[in-house]
Write a protein that binds this ligand. Structure first.
Ligand SMILES: C[S@@+](CC[C@H](N)C(=O)[O-])C[C@H]1O[C@@H](n2cnc3c(N)ncnc32)[C@H](O)[C@@H]1O
Length: 312
């Protein structure tokens, strides 16, 4: 983990109070902490840094990790394809990330990609701001993203058919800056980040995956600046009780505060100066992109992800 990140980080256990983390560094190379421990100055909670990856999800347990589909090799390979297939000139490749990135104006400050998986959007943001941070609860995803960050290329084994595999190499374009990006394991519902520290915030295909969608938006609002901030949310709004109880959904029901469609409700929350997401966001472009997940050569999932870009 790059040392410069330390000034941004706080203890996720102590939220909503914000206490800094001190680093006990065991091994460091050129400003990159490879092994060490982050310690809360208030509650004394310890967060390890292992193989350069800071583990800052306060809710993570080993049994949860073992059961998480996002920790498996097959899903890591699938997401690497989904994120970087356009760089591989794959005829089935998706333009979704380039479209989302095109909505974000360049500006100074720090970008946060919440639930950023294997890193595509974080890399995109590294060429549009001073520093881009990708967070995800999946250690396997963050490991793959960090390997790309350090090595700038990655061999990926894609499932072809049955036990047949195909090897491809992902190479990062020069404009994506390894010196301006980092990836850590963290939870979008308890971000280990100081309030008002983020200029650009992205939540792509995440809001329907967390147990508290509104809690995620509240955390987004806590860490983003009051002015000169941009927010992009895109989602298929595939509400499911596997992720969150119906009472927590921000859409997809006929009644209650969030009756109706998810995108309309998120836009209304952002624009309402009296809501949890004050100060008011100016809602800008909305639309949808086709986002593709690949299982094998003859099996793709085509997902319509509906987006809103907002600024304040
Ligand atoms: C459907 S994937 C979308 C990934 C990426 N944003 C994209 O659009 O390609 C959802 C991602 O959110 C992560 N995730 C799920 N719950 C999370 C949480 N509470 N905090 C952070 N990441 C989370 C998963 O590990 C996974 O990488």
């Amino acid at each position: 983990m790059k040392k410069q990140l330390l000034e941004l980080l706080i203890c996720p256990h102590c939220l909503p109070d914000e206490y800094g983390l001190a680093a006990d560094i065991t091994h460091e190379t050129e400003g990159d902490i490879e092994t060490g421990v982050l310690r809360c100055s208030h509650c004394a909670a310890l967060f390890p840094i292992v193989d350069g990856i800071a583990l800052l999800d306060p809710h993570a347990t080993d049994s949860q990790r073992a059961a998480d589909k996002y920790e498996t090799d097959e899903v890591v390979s699938s997401y690497l394809w989904s994120h970087f297939s356009d760089l591989l000139d794959d005829p089935q490749g998706s333009q979704a990330y380039a479209t989302w990135a095109g909505l974000m104006r360049s500006q100074g400050g720090v970008a946060l990609d919440a639930g950023g998986a294997v890193g595509r959007f974080t890399f995109e943001m590294s060429s549009r701001c001073d520093f881009a941070l990708g967070i995800d609860t999946s250690q396997a995803f963050i490991q793959a993203a960090r390997r790309l960050l350090l090595e700038r290329s990655l061999e990926v084994s894609l499932k072809d058919e049955g036990m047949l595999r195909r090897e491809v190499t992902i190479r990062l374009p020069e404009e994506w800056r390894s010196d301006r990006a980092e990836f850590i394991v963290a939870n979008a519902l308890a971000l280990p980040l100081r309030r008002k520290s983020i200029g650009l915030f992205s939540s792509l295909n995440l809001v329907d995956k967390v147990p508290s969608p509104l809690g995620h938006l509240r955390e987004m609002n806590r860490v983003t600046r009051d002015v000169e901030a941009q927010f992009i949310l895109s989602d298929p709004f595939s509400w499911s009780t596997e992720a969150a109880p119906v009472e927590e959904w921000l859409g997809g029901t006929t009644e209650g505060r969030f009756g109706g469609k998810g995108l309309a409700n998120v836009k209304a929350l952002l624009a309402d100066g009296a809501s949890e997401l004050a100060p008011t966001w100016r809602v800008g472009e909305t639309g949808s992109v086709w986002w593709t997940i690949r299982t094998h050569s003859n099996h793709y999932e085509l997902i319509r992800s509906c987006y809103v870009h907002a600024s304040r």
